[in-house]
Design a protein around this ligand. Structure first.
Ligand SMILES: NC(=O)c1ccc[n+]([C@@H]2O[C@H](COP(=O)([O-])OP(=O)(O)OC[C@H]3O[C@@H](n4cnc5c(N)ncnc54)[C@H](O)[C@@H]3O)[C@@H](O)[C@H]2O)c1
Length: 495
């Protein structure tokens, strides 16, 4: 992709695309722009490592160039992220339009300028679109996509697909409008917050508390309308509107009035904001923000809701991509036919009070390996979407050695047996350096039809894939410890 401008937003775009394995060509007249991108990439790596265990692709390459023409040369997407000044953007976009190949999409990050005005000097405005992201661009999935009067519908679809491919959630703004959707909402809240400070009703910190301890938590998963639907009790939205609709007539808010930004008000806001930061530098606050965003996104992923769905989908695609690359490289099969499908770095946060990897992480690593095995045999997107999958019905994990923080571990997998409906897997968790066996996992899975709610035979192509793996693994002896159950001392009061 070609990037015009890499300040706060452009460097976030660069980080998102580079981490997705896409090369970036950057033009920015500021000499320090490349450093800003490096900082953003570092922050993005840190955040994504916490967000997912899925292997990220090999990072793209950043090339800093000296002109708009070089930045747009040979790329599929140009993302303009220069300062929010209409005349500057109009000129820059016209330059990009002049130099780019006809099928290159040209997008602007504008927060709220009208695309038809920005496209005024473009000859091929049919390939122009707004792609309005949110800070930090490398973590927040939302990007508002808005067409100008001259934009071709296919440009909107194609741009949305490109953003989706780097883990984002495009929201098509159906009508060209100042401020699009999100910034209109944010501005209303922001204006009201400034009034509350100007009227000396609340401080910056009190206003932020009013958001983050209450509605902000609900907004992250449900937004405004769904939240209010629940505010109406069992009768939902109609009851909510009946109950709270009349209150809209009360003069609670200042509507579109704006407080005058006097020196006094600015000083008060800056002083309150400084106090609120409590000595944290901007860099520290950014790291705290990213950690919290990751925590929310991970939580939402677990709940399978809102932005969590985007994270889950991105993760699935990352695993599938890694699987495809692994198969292509044919490097995942060990000499005796065992499959090396999954490896991870033991994160220091996985270590418990005993100083080694905590128990449930073993199951997580085994389960991720089982998922990798399922992808390997073709239990992927369309197969799962058709309601077919394998469910684990039995697991036996043996802990034989300790995994420590920072250890790189991998799992070697054997298919101990299978038939039309059953899969019997054997995972060996090993330390990469030294190859010591740390744990084994033995799992029985059943093939199910989720809609029918019962076990069914796997499809022929899945059974063929299992046959191929079984044939390649013939030879090694039955693994020591396989087929065991938990054998402890049996108390006398059991028969
Ligand atoms: N800051 C936000 O939270 C936010 C969020 C979403 C969208 N946006 C939009 O993104 C755009 C960029 O905002 P920002 O906050 O990153 O601004 P910024 O000031 O941090 O960065 C602008 C960058 O553009 C560069 N630039 C200046 N003239 C240029 C030119 N002729 N060609 C190429 N680069 C040039 C500057 O050197 C700078 O690095 C704006 O349109 C803004 O509205 C901002």
């Amino acid at each position: 992709m070609g990037l015009l401008g890499a300040g706060l937003i452009g460097s976030g775009w660069a980080a998102r695309f580079l981490l997705a394995g896409i090369d970036v060509r950057l033009f920015d007249p500021a000499p320090a722009a490349a450093e800003g991108v490096e900082d953003a990439v570092r922050a993005a790596r840190r955040a994504w490592r916490q967000l997912t265990l899925a292997p990220l692709p090999t990072e793209g390459t950043l090339t800093v160039v000296d002109s708009v023409a070089e930045a747009v040369d040979g790329v599929e997407l140009v993302q303009e992220s220069a300062p929010e000044r209409e005349e500057l953007k109009t000129r820059l976009l016209a330059q990009a339009d002049e130099a780019a190949a006809p099928d290159t999409i040209i997008a602007t990050s504008t927060s709220g300028l009208l695309p038809s005005r920005l496209a005024a000097d473009m000859r091929r405005a049919e390939r122009f679109v707004v792609g309005h992201p949110f800070n930090p661009v490398y973590l927040l999935p939302l990007v508002e996509v808005c067409a100008s009067e001259r934009t071709a519908p296919s440009t909107v679809t194609d741009a949305a697909a490109m953003y989706r491919a780097v883990g984002m959630r495009p929201l098509v703004v159906r009508r060209e409008i100042d401020g699009f959707i999100a910034d209109r909402l944010l501005e209303a809240l922001w204006r009201e917050a400034l009034w509350l400070v100007a009227d000396d009703v609340a401080t910056a910190e009190e206003i932020d508390d009013a958001v983050r301890f209450g509605a902000g938590l609900r907004w992250a998963s449900m937004g405004t309308f769904l939240t209010y639907r629940l505010g109406g009790g069992d009768d939902g939205m109609r009851h909510f509107m009946k109950q709270f609709g009349p209150a809209l007539q009360l003069p609670w808010t200042h509507l579109t009035d704006v407080p005058e930004l006097t020196d006094g008000l600015l000083d008060a806001i800056v002083a309150q904001s400084d106090a609120q930061a409590d000595g944290h530098s901007i860099a520290e606050l950014k790291a705290i923000r990213d950690d919290c965003l990751v925590a929310v996104l991970r939580g939402l992923k677990g709940a399978g809701y809102g932005a969590g769905e985007v994270v889950a989908l991105t993760e699935r695609e990352l695993f599938e991509r890694a699987g495809r690359e692994r198969v292509q490289a044919a490097g995942g099969t060990l000499s005796d036919g065992r499959l090396r499908l999954h490896e991870v770095l033991v994160d220091p946060s996985w270590i418990d009070y005993n100083g080694h990897m905590t128990e449930y992480r073993y199951l997580e690593v085994m389960a991720d390996t089982t998922d990798a095995f399922l992808r390997e045999i073709g239990v992927v997107g369309p197969y799962i979407d058709a309601g077919r999958s394998y469910y684990t019905v039995e697991t036996h994990i043996r802990h034989l050695d300790e995994a420590h923080g920072g250890d790189r571990v991998y799992v070697a997998t054997r298919l101990l047996g299978h038939d039309e409906k059953r899969l019997h897997l054997w995972h060996e968790l090993r330390r990469d350096a030294g190859d010591e066996l740390i744990a084994t996992g033995e799992h029985l899975l059943l093939h199910v039809d989720r809609a029918a709610g019962k076990t069914t035979p796997a499809a022929a192509e899945i059974l063929d894939a299992l046959e191929r793996i079984a044939a390649a693994q013939q030879g090694p002896a039955w693994p020591e410890g396989a087929g065991n159950h938990v054998r402890g001392p049996r108390p006398l009061n059991f028969l």
